[in-house]
Write a protein that binds this ligand. Sequence first.
Ligand code: NAD
Length: 316
Amino acid sequence: MSIKSRKVAIIGTGLVGSSCAYALVNQGICEEIIMIDINKDRAKSEALDLMHSVEYMSLRTKIRVGSYEDCNDVDAVVITAGPPPQPGQTRLDTLEVSVKICNSIVEPVMKSGFNGFFILASNPVDVISYHVLKLSGLPKNKVIGTGTALDTARLKSIISEKLGGIDTKSIQAFAMGEHGDSQMVPWSCVTVAGESFLKLVSNYNKIEEDNLDDIVKETAKAGWEIINGKGSTYYGIGATVVGVLKAIFHDEKKVIPVSALLEGEYEQNDVYMGVPSILGKNGIEKIIELDMKEKEKYEFNNSANILKEYIAKLGY
Ligand code: NAD
């Protein structure tokens, strides 16, 4: 009998990286986690702290500090290294530094012989995902940005609250486009337990259709609200990364709005952005094309244009 154990390397073991690792350990998603950071003391301390949690977890995950050479046989490399945007900055403002950090990571990872999935969380995540695709030479299905997956969780939580607390898992809704200010929501495709959300809204006295733009803004600004109070956001993205890895490792065929390369889908080309995608053992197996209304298409294309402007700065 051959036993396959799943290995994940996390590069950047700051708040986001360590939260991803904790969510991985807590949910028992893989057998081994390799923690890599330019700050070796940080990586070592996080690895130790996590190791001490394993006694009380359901799976005996091995956690250790490692180096880029160790990525040769890992199933997934999660990149969470990067400067968190400061108040007053947008995620796009961190591009230059994030690109330099990425360059120092992707080359040695590929040199190790790595042939697994890249999961990108570093911001600006859509542009960084495009960069990693080009740098790594891996196929597009294996280079996956967290995209608007976290925004979608935030959106569903706001909708749930507006509808009196209905379970977010009974709401089918997606934030799409940039993981940033230009993201949009195709409201005509939102359903609650099979019922059109727009129809529900027109019968519901708490939400007017005019308030929908406010919900989109509230979703896009949710990260800032957290940053204003505690400086960073990390639990939500930690769980999001694990949701993506779980869908791949368990071949769930789960639809998650990750950042994916568009090649004709939504009439867009050569841009990474958040779109509902089927995730399974091959990574991004299919992009779901929603039938959007004209206004929604306009908003989606506007987000694509903003991302393309930043992708152009990469100089490909
Ligand atoms: P942090 O400062 O706590 O951690 C960053 C870590 O990266 C540090 O430990 C640092 O030593 C490490 N690092 C820096 N340069 C490195 C290099 N060249 N090689 C290896 N490691 C290096 O920051 P954080 O709060 O964990 O945020 C990390 C990234 O995650 C940021 O880009 C942030 O914007 C992003 N983020 C993304 C989402 C999302 O939804 N995609 C959500 C939250 C945060």
